[in-house]
Ligand binder design. Structure first.
Ligand SMILES: [Zn+2]
Length: 182
């Protein structure tokens, strides 16, 4: 196909699909250059936008309390007394339905790694810590982000407390931890 016709094809689909032409060219050049066999699948550019509602199911109250009230909940097994945070609807040891309990939101860092690179969601936060936190009132470690001014001062055993982002999205990233001022 003539270059001008190819350019027009890519211009049309790039505008229609709101994609850069560079994304389309490697996929469709063979077709436009006549390199496909007559019975090969004839493929044209298209795009699917998927909108859906994600349900937290049995963990809904945990996320709702963070979102509306800035409260941290755990899930306590009435049989063995273990407290899970992040919560579990059912205790995996006893198969009993858990009950909600308030947690103070404080804890201690057990282990951590310092992140200097991140996905776009957290790139403005680097460097930050990804840590396992032993929450007060809970029996299991919670993986969490810890934000602090000087990450070189982080150490195992460091006391931390939960913090809530002012603008919440309804996800676990609405909370993070910061060093507990003494
Ligand atoms: Zn249990």
């Amino acid at each position: 196909m003539a270059t001008s016709k190819k350019d027009a094809f890519y211009r049309y689909h790039a505008a229609r699909l709101r994609l850069p032409e560079d994304k389309l060219r490697p996929i469709y050049d063979d077709e436009l250059d006549g390199k496909k066999k007559p019975d090969d699948p004839f493929e044209v550019p298209d795009k699917m936008d998927v909108f859906f509602k994600y349900s937290y199911g049995g963990q809904s109250r945990f996320f709702r309390e963070i979102f509306h009230h800035e409260r941290l909940l755990g899930a306590k097994c009435p049989a063995c007394g273990k407290v899970y945070c992040p919560p579990r609807s059912v205790c995996p040891r006893c198969y009993e339905k858990t009950e909600w309990v308030n947690l103070p939101g404080t804890g201690k860092v057990v282990a951590f790694t310092i992140q200097h690179y991140s996905t776009s969601a957290f790139v403005k936060k680097v460097p930050f810590l990804v840590a396992y936190v032993q929450l007060d009132g809970a029996d299991f470690l919670m993986m969490a982000n810890i934000e602090m001014d000087d990450v070189t001062k982080a150490k195992p055993g460091m006391p931390v407390k939960v913090a809530y982002r002012p603008e919440k999205s309804g996800s676990i990233t609405d909370i993070y931890f910061e060093p507990l001022a003494d």
